[in-house]
Design a protein around this ligand. Structure first.
Ligand code: P6P
Length: 337
């Protein structure tokens, strides 16, 4: 059996060979990975752990919080606040940023996360996940404010997610491709299981919540109608559809076998650009997808080039196999011109 290297060994070897992962960033990634292992333990307990159901509160997004949303958020805060690698954190579950308490040393990194994405799936035992994005605190900024987080996705130092499914798998990029680590529960450590993730440029599989079709704009309807027409239509090939309603699980499938994921703008809330959040969902997933040879747009421009204006900003998302993302984007730009 091939000996698989651990996350720690991989990061140290990357640092030694490429100098690509500064010591502080390596520490940050290992702490986040350890926090994900803790979250996996709570998730895997399910009904046995008194962790299912709602917490009786709402988050800043006005969404009902699940008990596990709060548990995962607390695990990530407690794991990361003392290490000296962070200046501050931001979370889908918290309105403002979380400054590292003065009793701990301050670091140069900013960590953002959706502690448990897809939490509507928790109670029905469907895969969910933690998404994280790492930025560097802007040079010369005194103290830390929300404005320091408002950097485009291209500024990310690292991004990843941990999917809690049949396997617990950590997927990571530091800007040098995408790697996957599977949790070996006997050892209690993440081991390298995929060292060169690549998304095929073409696909026959799309992911979208079809029940919203009547709310989409015309270019999105055109794209989906063509997929549904299959080999009898202009695409000349049949498509398959998947929708797990858990972004981490849908993106993991796309990183594993290709596909295109869409959560488009819809007219129910015209003032909102989309449902998903730019800073801690779209940007980290876009970084991973681009590093794996895919593409990510808001149906009009590259997501990672968008200049954020607020911490919990929403965005439309089209990501995955490059040629399909480019087609959706082209349809939208043609309609606009
Ligand atoms: P819908 C989960 O709540 C989430 O933020 C993403 O993980 C997922 O892709 C999407 O919302 C599902 O949304 O409207 O289909 O339930």
């Amino acid at each position: 059996m091939t000996r698989r290297i651990s996350l720690t060994q991989y990061l140290i070897e990357q640092q030694r060979q490429h100098g690509h992962i500064p010591q502080e960033l390596r520490l940050l990634i290992e702490v986040v990975a350890r926090a994900c292992k803790r979250i996996a333990i709570s998730v895997n307990k399910g009904a046995l752990g008194e962790v299912l159901g709602t917490a009786g509160s709402e988050n800043v997004q006005g969404e009902v919080q699940k008990k596990l949303d709060i548990i995962a958020n607390e695990v990530l805060i407690e794991a990361n606040e003392w290490g000296g690698h962070l200046a501050a954190m931001a979370s889908e579950e918290m309105e403002g940023i979380y400054l590292v308490p003065n009793r701990f040393p301050q670091g140069e990194y900013l960590l953002m996360f959706d502690p448990l994405d897809g939490s509507s799936n928790i109670d029905v035992n469907v895969s969910i996940g933690t998404i994280f994005s790492v930025l560097k605190k802007p040079e010369g900024s005194v103290g830390v404010s929300e404005a320091d987080f408002l950097q485009p996705g291209t500024a990310q130092a690292a991004a990843g997610y941990c999917v809690y499914g049949p396997q617990t798998t950590l997927v990571l990029t530091v800007g040098d491709g995408v790697v996957m680590f599977t949790l070996d529960r006997e050892q209690g450590s993440f081991v390298l299981t995929e060292d060169e993730v690549k998304i095929p440029e073409d696909t026959k599989e799309f992911a979208i919540n079809m029940s919203n079709m009547r709310h989409w704009d015309a270019p999105m309807k055109r794209y989906i109608d063509e997929c549904l027409a299959g080999s009898t239509g202009p695409r000349g090939k049949d498509f398959n559809m998947r929708w797990i309603a858990s972004m981490v699980a849908d993106v993991h499938r796309i990183l594993t076998r290709g596909g295109v994921f869409m959560y488009p703008w819809d007219k129910r809330e015209p003032g909102k650009a989309g449902k998903l959040r730019l800073m801690y969902e779209a940007n980290p997933m876009a970084f991973l997808v681009e590093q794996a040879g895919g593409a990510a747009s808001n149906a009009r421009q590259r997501i990672m080039e968008m200049q954020p204006s607020q911490l919990h900003e929403r965005v439309a998302v089209v990501l995955g196999s490059k040629n399909e993302v480019e087609r959706v984007t082209r349809y939208h730009l043609e309609a606009k011109s």
